[in-house]
Write a protein that binds this ligand. Structure first.
Ligand code: ADP
Ligand code: ZN
Length: 719
């Protein structure tokens, strides 16, 4: 059935420019190529698409990809085409003419991958004609849509059982980012897969930082966070349509390019917003949960949750949309009891008792996550039945682990305040009482007359909020979500009040340190400081221009990861460009030259740029002027010879006349290097020269000679 000449590695490199497989990709691809059925569970960004795209390139016939999302199809097809792979899609967005052309290509066997929506598959004749098109593989993306267990059931998906019934010999690969066992079992059953191998990858996404912040002053905090990401993309999830609009308006007023997205907007508007976001025309989206399912954008740098989501499944999917390219991305959840009460309210409307109980439990679990005083990633992964042996180091708790102190006195103050309000006050009022704030809500009820009024004025309101939150978590205070979040006492409260029980608190110091760390983190505005990053930004701009010209999303040209590596490696010719991960042969052909030119221009400018050599350079220069050899200068200055060389090279680069290059390189060596430069196609990398001369001309000489020759060339150009 299949004709395979070369290894998967060969095609992986040639078509996609990747050298190593991610996760369980290799095993999956081998299983598919062997003609077996596969079920693939991999987190978002794990690299699911490759599991069918690579076999599709290697197999003789056509691969059908069933995908529920029109926008996703379009992007994937675009990305494949940019890699020189024949791919098309069929869905309701196509004109009759375009569809006819695709059908024609199909009958000429000119398509390797055909993306199709399940509706279209069943409404067209295609479902009865798969045998005519030599179909070698069927991939079912977002396979959790098959089952009611998942969060996104689609009725058309459940008809896909027809595939195995009618075409039992065509291998099927079903893929999802949902980690649930029930979902997995349903996929196998509904599709009628026989002897399917299931591949489960770790759901950990170590590049996502996890932070939970109190819900006070959210907007201010959001602005601080997003200021760190100028010109980068991010999503802010809100729980209501109105809130998306309010937040978007506020952010726009603050100068951030923001759009909002929710189910109440016209479909056309929604499509436009989504497209603008994917193409990088709009940077920030304030969205309800309707947004994101169809977004295959790899460079989302932050996902913030303005409100507490309903459950951890949804939350994990949403934050999963950040950092799909594997580069660091930030996620922040704002947590407050107001949101818990809202969620409770909705849960109370559920009439099915069993279902209501499940939702309550799920809410409880996400609260546990938000309140965790142990590594948050551990809590999150445990929810998906995955044990993380080590603390992650990339969550706010890991970065500032709690220190405990005795907090019985504080607990007693709070408990007695609650008792004296007859359990008729919420958290804000209790804090006002403790701090002695005679605000209207306090005076109205005569709470300013009670004995505890003002006993805790030495503790700030935000610290009181943190303490009360901890008392609630420890179960010594109850919160009545159904009655305006009023604080209540219970049996444990009595034990504390009567001195039978000592209360432990995450210490003041920890809280203070955490707050400071977060503030500091929010202040770190400059993400890109080193010159490679400057080049990275330049390459991003070039990518955007090229993508705009071609009318496709920038990441289909090259991903951020690829551009980052390019900026680091600074390839000078097509061969070294092909070494960069993500540059396949086709892309190298169409984009190679422009990117190489951009890199060369950057290098040239950088070498010219006068940096100001500091005092230390001047000391070295003074000694050099006394005709001292480098070894002696190094000794005298107690620095390494390498450092002295780098001082002299900096000075030479900036001020040619200050250094006599021929005191380092002999004229005959210079001539040899000049010739080598032509042979090595003017590469600015040192290693090729070093190897060219079999190590006989050392790196320091090469450095001086290349700066000299480069200057010579520029001078010729200017003349
Ligand atoms: P998923 O569908 O699982 O969310 P994708 O298929 O979109 O993930 O892949 C996520 C990112 O990883 C994409 O940018 C893709 O190009 C990249 N990728 C996939 N496979 C590899 C690989 N073997 N090496 C490097 N990058 C890869
Ligand atoms: Zn952690």
């Amino acid at each position: 059935m299949t004709e395979i000449n070369k290894s998967p590695e060969f095609y992986h490199q040639k078509n996609f420019g990747y050298k190593t497989f991610k996760n369980t990709q290799k095993e999956i691809i081998e299983n598919v190529l062997a003609g077996n059925d596969s079920v693939v569970l991999m987190p978002t960004g794990g690299g699911k698409s490759m599991c069918f795209q690579l076999p599709a390139c290697m197999m003789n016939g056509l691969t059908i990809v069933i995908s529920p999302l029109i926008s996703l199809m379009k992007d994937q097809v675009e990305a494949l085409k940019t890699n020189g792979i024949e791919a098309e899609f069929l869905n309701s967005s196509l004109s009759a003419e375009a569809e006819m052309q695709i059908n024609q290509k199909l009958s000429q066997n000119k398509i390797k991958l055909l993306y199709i929506s399940p509706e279209r598959l069943f409404s067209s004749k295609l479902i009865d004609q798969l045998h005519l098109y030599n179909v070698s593989l069927i991939a079912i993306d977002e396979a959790h849509c098959i089952t009611g267990w998942g969060h996104d059931f689609r009725p058309e998906y459940s008809q896909l059982n027809v595939l195995k019934q009618n075409y039992p010999n065509i291998p099927v690969i079903a893929l999802t980012a949902t980690a649930d066992r029930a979902v997995r079992e349903d996929i196998v059953e509904v599709l009628g897969l026989k002897n399917a191998s299931t591949f489960i990858s770790s759901f950990d996404r170590p590049n996502l930082s996890l932070t939970v912040l109190p819900a006070q002053q959210r907007l201010k905090k959001i602005i601080e966070i997003i200021s760190k990401y100028p010109d980068q993309s991010g999503i802010i999830y809100c729980s209501s349509r109105k809130q998306t609009e309010t937040v978007a308006t506020k952010l726009n007023e603050a100068g951030f390019d923001t759009a909002c997205y929710h189910a109440g907007l016209d479909q056309l508007v929604r499509n436009k917003v989504q497209e603008d976001f994917i193409n990088g025309q709009v940077k920030i989206i304030c969205a309800t949960l309707a947004f994101g399912m169809g977004i295959d954008k790899s460079d989302v740098r932050f996902v913030l949750h303005y409100n507490l989501p309903k459950n951890l499944e949804g939350y994990y999917q949403e934050i999963g949309r950040a950092g799909r390219d594997g580069l660091p991305a930030e996620t922040v959840l704002f947590y407050g009891y107001g949101d818990v009460a809202t969620q409770m309210y909705f849960i109370d409307q559920i009439s099915d008792l069993h279902y209501r109980k499940i939702q309550e439990d799920k809410l409880r679990r996400i609260q546990e996550y938000a309140e965790a005083q142990i590594c948050r990633r551990k809590v999150l992964l445990a929810y998906f039945s995955e044990h993380a042996p080590n603390d992650c180091g990339n969550c706010d708790v890991c970065q500032n682990p709690p220190k405990y102190a005795v907090g019985t006195t504080e607990a007693k103050m709070a408990l007695s305040a609650i008792a004296r309000t007859n359990e008729d006050a919420g958290m804000t009022t209790i804090i006002d009482i403790l701090r002695g704030n005679a605000v209207a809500g306090v005076i109205e009820h005569g709470f300013d007359k009670i004995k505890t009024f003002g006993v805790g004025r030495n503790i700030s309101a935000s610290n009181w909020a943190m303490y009360l939150q901890q008392f609630i978590q420890q179960g010594i205070i109850e919160i009545d979500y159904r009655h305006r979040n009023k604080l209540k006492l219970n049996a444990a409260s009595v034990k504390v009040l009567t001195g039978q029980f000592e209360v432990q608190l995450v210490s003041f110091e920890t809280i203070k340190k955490r707050n400071e760390a977060l503030k500091q983190k929010r202040k770190e505005k400059v993400l890109f400081t080193d010159p490679d990053d400057e080049l990275f930004e330049k390459l991003r701009i070039l990518r955007k221009t090229l993508a705009e010209k071609a009318g496709k999303p920038p990441f289909t040209v090259f991903s951020d990861v690829t551009l980052k590596q390019m900026a680091e490696a600074k390839p000078t010719n097509i061969l070294s460009l092909l070494d960069v991960s993500g540059v396949g042969e086709h892309k190298a052909k169409i984009y190679g030259e422009v990117f190489l030119n951009e890199i060369a221009a950057f290098q040239l400018k950088r070498n010219k740029k006068p940096s100001k050599p500091g005092d230390t350079h001047q000391v070295t220069l003074a000694l050099y002027r006394q005709n001292k050899p480098v070894s002696e200068i190094a000794k005298e200055r107690q620095l390494s010879e390498g450092t002295i060389y780098s001082h002299l090279l900096d000075i030479f680069t900036n001020e040619h006349e200050a250094i006599d290059v021929f005191s380092f390189v002999s004229p005959s060596e210079m001539e040899k290097i000049r010739e080598a430069r032509i042979t090595l196609q003017q590469t600015v990398q040192l290693k090729p020269y070093y190897e060219f001369f079999n190590g006989e001309i050392d790196y320091n000489k090469l450095r001086f000679a290349l700066v000299y020759l480069d200057r010579e060339k520029q001078e010729t150009i200017t003349i």
